[in-house]
Design a protein. Structure first.
Lengths: 311, 534
């Protein structure tokens, strides 16, 4: 187990280092730079621009910059935003919490929505109800996030007037963005859940449980739940990526502060330090979630916990 | 019969409106064992599950009654039936491997039936679980209770399921093919255990089985089903000794464990077609140490005869066969097919060697590509080995499929449109199209119903005589081996336990293990008058 742990953590660190390097090289390869974009409009001469570059350390050879940036990242120093003129850490501190809150709420909402859909699709009353619910996830997947956001604002804010988007309460502000992100993410979750529940219900051990006298609710609680939910765990990593992507678009549509808005501005201004930090932080979160899933799985599934031993 | 515990009267069951059980009636007295015997699709399992009220969602009782102690429960609502299940009626399922929840401990799954019927959590419940595990021979019970299903063998898992079924001392146990998935010696021990427990508790058993031998040994009365209808019913001795229906007579004739009729006279044979000497096969083990699957196995097979490799799961019989076919490179030893040392072959030479030795697998459903037509499946080996013109290929395919008894119109069909027996004929045709010298038959008839099995065995006999083929017949089923093989090697844990001509091994086994295997063949309780069945 100790060896397995070391192996997995090692792999995770390797992925992070590779991400950092790749992001660094790609961002350096971009034509133009932030200095040009910010100061050209002030009408500075090329000589003055060169001086500014030297002040930012942008004149050093690439490998020196790389090692310097790598060392700084390892100590938690993400450099300065050229555009805002403040440390990147400060920008992150301002924007990260709201994005985290939005993502967490969206993930919770998506899980709940998926669970409701899956239960309706597998156990819900009439056959036609189940068939109808089963077509919902494909519809959800097909909807683009930006379009859904705009439609939700149209319907709930402008036409129905239920949710104010001009000076809303803090909780009110989040309702539509959360729904916008949650809907497309709930779809693959629901599809996998439906498939798993169908498969588990057809397992002979469910028949055995019913032959013991178990009610439907009992079978669901003690036999279906864990067996159907376990494989969903492996999707968590992939869905996190979608969550992040969804947050960026949604924050832009709803004009919310957050990592999405920050990313958008940084891209527009070629604010390399900010972009580098965002890429690495996203990758770190992604890697951490997948690592957590890998380590959690053997705890939840006894078949993996004690090796592949079969008597 | 005076007291009736269970009475099934004129039961008819529909699946999606299609009748699968029609006008089935029988009764079971307290403590009695009634065997429902039939082939796949006969409706035997459906009838049994209807007794428990556990028909699949598309199944429906159209007519008839299921009376338990005189009360018709056939149309009871789910809630009332659930109260009966586990307590008055219980189930021992077919496949112990998939019938236990993989993520819950064995103890929790035994405790569950007690908890459902009102027992509280606590030391009392745990004590009862341990007592039940001991009762079915799972010891040390405290250790077993904490284990998960994947840590137990198939036989041990079936013991867990039996513990669950007897926990509340029900009046009737429905045992649905309880040992079909188990090795023959394990099967015997499990059936002995079930016999002992039901005698102690006075429990009646509805035993669903395809194996007339099992029914003959274990049941008081037999009901023979075919296509959802009763063909014959009566006390075991009467049904076996003097079957009245033509179908029951055919079943008896085809059941390998009940017939003493050999398909062939012992062949003298010609030159040695296969020789195996000192075969050793290691596989990488989990802890670095290699696992020795085959350990010093040797045998020789004469051209035109059948040699059987017999053993239970894990005995190394399939590994040995795969070495002979050139699919595994042995760790040590020699495999000669004709004059060729298979172990020395590499690359293209090995590929061409495959023409001489062909394989037929156990599962006729998984070994045929579902997207290819029958003609294409049979033709494929020719495409790999012989640059033959298309017309000639098709001619050979047609000739070979006809030779194995497949109607020509099946050539354009896909495997899913074929029955199990037809699929196995396709697999045989595919193996024979290259005119091999040796056919390795790996449990090739094990998945088939007895009447189909008898037909395939007869076909194999006939092909062997006509084409001078040599068979290496891998099987766990000694009854079948006795019918088809000339010589036999009995394997246990990778080693040869006994070898010799079939008659000699069966009539005077020298090793304890071979004797145990032979004694475990079901059907020994069948009356000797059987031999006179025409």
């Amino acid at each position: 187990m100790g060896r397995y742990l070391a192996q997995r953590v090692g792999q995770a660190l390797l992925v992070l280092a590779a991400t950092f390097t790749l992001a660094f090289l790609l961002l350096q390869a971009l034509p133009g730079d932030a200095v040009l974009i910010k100061f050209l409009e002030l009408g500075l001469t090329p000589e003055q621009l060169a001086d500014i570059r030297i002040a930012y350390g942008a004149d050093a050879p690439l490998w020196q910059q790389y090692l310097h940036a790598m060392g700084a990242f390892l100590t938690g120093n993400f450099g300065y935003s050229i555009r805002a003129g403040v440390p990147v850490t400060q920008l992150l501190a301002e924007n990260l919490p709201s994005t985290l809150l939005l993502s967490a709420l969206a993930f919770a909402a998506a899980s709940l929505l998926a669970l409701v859909l899956a239960l309706l699709a597998t156990l819900g009353g009439q056959g036609w109800v189940r068939a109808l619910v089963r077509s919902v996830p494909s519809l959800f997947i097909a909807i683009p996030v930006f379009w859904l956001g705009i439609m939700l604002i149209q319907v709930f804010s402008f036409q129905l007037g239920w949710i104010s988007i001009i000076s809303p309460e803090p909780w009110e502000e989040l309702i539509l963005p959360v729904a916008t992100i949650a809907v497309p993410i709930s779809a693959p979750l629901a599809q996998v859940l439906i498939r798993n529940i169908d498969a588990v219900l057809a397992e002979p051990f469910v028949t055995v449980a019913r032959a013991k006298g178990a009610s439907h609710a009992w079978v669901l609680r003690w036999h279906v739940a864990r067996n159907a939910l376990l494989p969903v765990l492996t999707m968590a990593g992939v869905l996190f990526g979608e969550l992040l992507g969804g947050a960026v678009v949604t924050e832009a549509v709803f004009g919310l502060n957050g990592l999405g808005g920050l990313t958008q501005q940084a891209v527009a201004n070629q604010d390399v330090a900010v972009l580098q930090a965002i890429v690495v932080i996203s990758a770190a979160a992604f890697v951490a979630i997948n690592l957590l899933v890998d380590l959690l799985y053997p705890v939840l599934d006894p078949r993996l916990a004690r090796g592949r031993r079969t008597a | 019969m005076t007291a009736r515990l269970l009475e099934v009267a004129d039961l008819s069951i529909l699946y999606d409106g299609r009748p699968v059980v029609q006008d089935v009636s029988f009764a079971i007295a307290p403590g009695e064992v009634l065997a429902l015997v039939g082939e796949s699709g006969s409706g035997k399992t459906t009838t049994a599950m209807a007794v428990l009220g556990l028909l699949p969602p598309n199944g429906r009782i159209a007519r008839g009654a299921v009376r338990l102690d005189g009360t018709d429960i056939a149309r009871w609502p789910e809630r009332r039936l659930a109260a009966l299940r586990g307590a008055r009626l219980s189930l021992i399922p077919q496949d112990p491997v998939t019938s236990l929840n993989p993520v819950r401990s064995v103890g929790a799954q035994v405790a569950e039936v007690l908890r459902i019927h009102g027992e509280r959590d606590g030391p009392g419940l745990r004590a009862r679980v341990l007592e039940l595990l001991e009762r079915v021979g799972l010891e040390p019970a405290a250790l077993r209770a904490g284990q998960y299903p994947h840590e137990l063998s198939g036989g041990m898992r079936q013991r867990v399921l039996i513990a669950i079924a007897v926990a509340l001392r029900p009046a009737l146990i429905v045992a649905d093919e309880p040992t079909s998935a188990l090795d023959v010696t394990v099967q015997r021990r499990i059936l002995d255990l079930l016999d002992e427990l039901r005698r102690q508790d006075g429990t009646a058993v509805l035993l669903v089985t395809h194996d007339l031998g099992v029914a003959a040994d274990r049941a008081d009365r037999i009901v023979v089903l075919r296509d959802g209808r009763i063909q014959e019913a009566g006390p075991v001795r009467q049904v076996l000794a003097a079957p009245r229906s033509a179908y029951a007579r055919q079943l008896l004739r085809d059941a390998p464990s009940l017939t003493t009729h050999r398909h062939r006279p012992a062949a003298s044979g010609g030159d040695l077609a296969v020789q195996v000497r000192g075969l050793v096969q290691d596989f990488p083990g989990r802890d670095g140490a290699p696992f020795r699957a085959v350990d010093g196995v040797g045998f020789a097979v004469r051209q035109g005869t059948t040699h059987a490799l017999v053993g239970e799961s894990g005995s190394g019989k399939t590994t040995t066969a795969r070495c002979v076919a050139g699919f595994l490179r042995p760790t040590a030893g020699e495999v000669l097919v004709g004059d060729t040392d298979v172990t020395a072959l590499r690359g293209e030479a090995l590929r061409h060697f495959r023409r001489q030795v062909q394989l037929v697998y156990q599962n006729p459903y998984a070994s045929l590509d579902p997207r290819q037509t029958v003609a294409r499946i049979v033709e494929e080996p020719l495409l790999n080995f012989e640059p033959v013109a298309k017309a000639e290929r098709l001619r050979r395919v047609a000739a070979m499929t006809e030779r194995v008894g497949l109607p020509g119109e099946l050539l354009a069909r896909h495997p899913r449109a074929l029955s199990g027996g037809q699929r196995q004929r396709v697999a045989i045709a595919r193996a024979l199209i290259l005119q091999p010298r040796v056919l390795v038959l790996d449990e090739a008839v094990s998945a088939l119903d007895v009447t189909v099995q008898a037909q395939i065995l007869a076909l194999l006999e006939e092909l062997q005589r006509g084409l001078g083929l040599t068979y290496l017949f891998v099987s766990h089923d000694l009854a079948v081996v006795r019918l088809i093989a000339d010589t036999v090697t009995v394997m246990l844990a990778g080693r040869v336990e006994e070898a010799g001509p079939v008659e000699q091994v069966f009539q005077a086994p020298r090793s304890d293990y071979a004797r145990e295997l032979i004694e475990a063949i079901p059907g020994r309780a069948a009356p000797q008058t059987l031999e006179s069945v025409p």
